[in-house]
Design a protein. Structure first.
Length: 373
């Protein structure tokens, strides 16, 4: 898989001091989910000096159909009277998240598969991951009222989203998988949410800014785009219908629509395959170019803030510029971490990147003024 740090060294600086600064590979297909997580350098592993280490079980959540199975097993231990499969999963989720990643590893035997999206008895689409159900509830929505067409996107939204690990001793939650949606699924709503709880994934060693690492808010960005507005689901493009032996069914070979234009894009867009490819790749190229410009501004901003620290700029002023830098980097990462390089919502992607570069440059201007004074 493509090594993002090798092809884009600026990200080594942007994620300095954090796991993504030493290992950040492009995700491969679902079939490799367990294998790739087991090999990543981001997982803390036992050493000779530290033979027993803890890493959150939460990190397995989206990698295997063994996850809902284990959650249900823990749920049965917590409430032997519960019989509803989804209820059992919900009751066992907390214990699963808090468990040690290394101890759960032997139970993760299957990569992403049927059980993650389908009811094994009826094969109907269903949501097996509690975090998505809880996020909808936090927004005042009932996910069980979703239409079949909406479910063709929501099964993907179980994992292709922004999330963080919530720790709440009072509620008995340790590394509890949570989607920051209660203030909205747009980038501004997430920033407001994270600021309200003063959450950060890491403190940047150069600038001292409290950085939020965006995961892959694919669903959230897609929801702002034209395809979502027109009711087109993830499945319509990435798992289009195919016919074989007189049977019409959903193609489960998940891939980029550009690898199967005739059955995906061309069903609605009556253009030549070359024109479709040119338009799609043109959008991605423009977003990529804007993304790189933001990265350069962010890296410069981190070092400018470091210069302000060395110059002993007052803490109150440092706090202000660090917060602005935190917001700028999250905006950039909200687009950068997305699959599709902005294609799912081109206008929103460019709006967010525009705000990100503006904030990064504001940091530089503010620091220059502070140093001058």
């Amino acid at each position: 898989p493509r090594d993002y740090l090798d092809t884009d060294p600026l990200q080594v600086i942007l994620f300095a001091g954090y796991g993504f600064g030493k290992d950040y590979l492009q995700a491969r297909g679902h079939i490799y989910a367990v294998e790739d997580l087991a090999k990543t350098k981001r997982v803390k592993r036992p050493t000779y000096d530290e033979p027993e280490v803890y890493y959150p079980g939460t990190c397995w959540t989206c990698k295997s159909p063994d996850v809902p199975r284990m959650m249900a097993l823990f749920g049965k231990q917590a409430d032997p009277q519960e019989t509803d499969p989804i209820g059992l999963i919900a009751k066992g989720a907390g214990k699963f998240y808090a468990a040690n990643w290394h101890e759960l590893k032997e139970d993760m035997n299957h990569p992403i598969g049927c059980l993650d999206c389908h009811d094994p008895k009826t094969m109907a689409l269903r949501v097996t991951r509690p975090a998505l159900r809880e996020a909808f509830k936090a927004m005042g929505k009932d996910i069980d009222q979703a239409t079949h067409q909406e479910m063709r996107t929501l099964v993907c939204a179980q994992c292709h989203v922004e999330y963080y690990f919530k720790n709440d001793k009072a509620a008995g939650k340790t590394n509890y998988l949570t989607f920051p949606w209660s203030k909205g699924t747009d980038v501004e709503g997430m920033i407001e949410y994270y600021d309200a709880i003063d959450y950060a994934d890491f403190v940047h060693p150069v600038s001292g800014a409290r950085i939020i690492k965006a995961q892959h808010p694919d669903y959230e960005l897609y929801m702002t785009g034209i395809h979502a507005y027109r009711g087109v689901s993830c499945t319509d493009c990435h798992m289009p219908y195919r016919t074989e032996g007189g049977m019409k069914f959903t193609d489960h070979h998940l891939q980029s629509p550009l690898l199967n234009i005739a059955n995906s894009c061309a069903v609605c867009h009556r253009w030549s395959e070359q024109e479709i490819r040119t338009r799609a790749e043109g959008i991605q190229t423009k977003v990529f170019d804007a993304k790189i410009k933001v990265e350069r501004a962010l890296v410069q901003a981190h070092f400018d803030v470091a210069a302000a620290v060395q110059a002993k700029v007052p803490q109150a002023d440092l706090k202000r510029v660090r917060k602005l830098l935190r917001h700028a980097q999250f905006r950039w990462d909200y687009v950068s971490a997305n699959n599709g390089m902005g294609f799912h919502s081109p206008q929103e992607s460019m709006r967010i990147l525009g705000d990100a570069v503006n904030q990064a440059q504001q940091v530089r201007v503010l620091v220059a003024r502070l140093l001058a004074s």
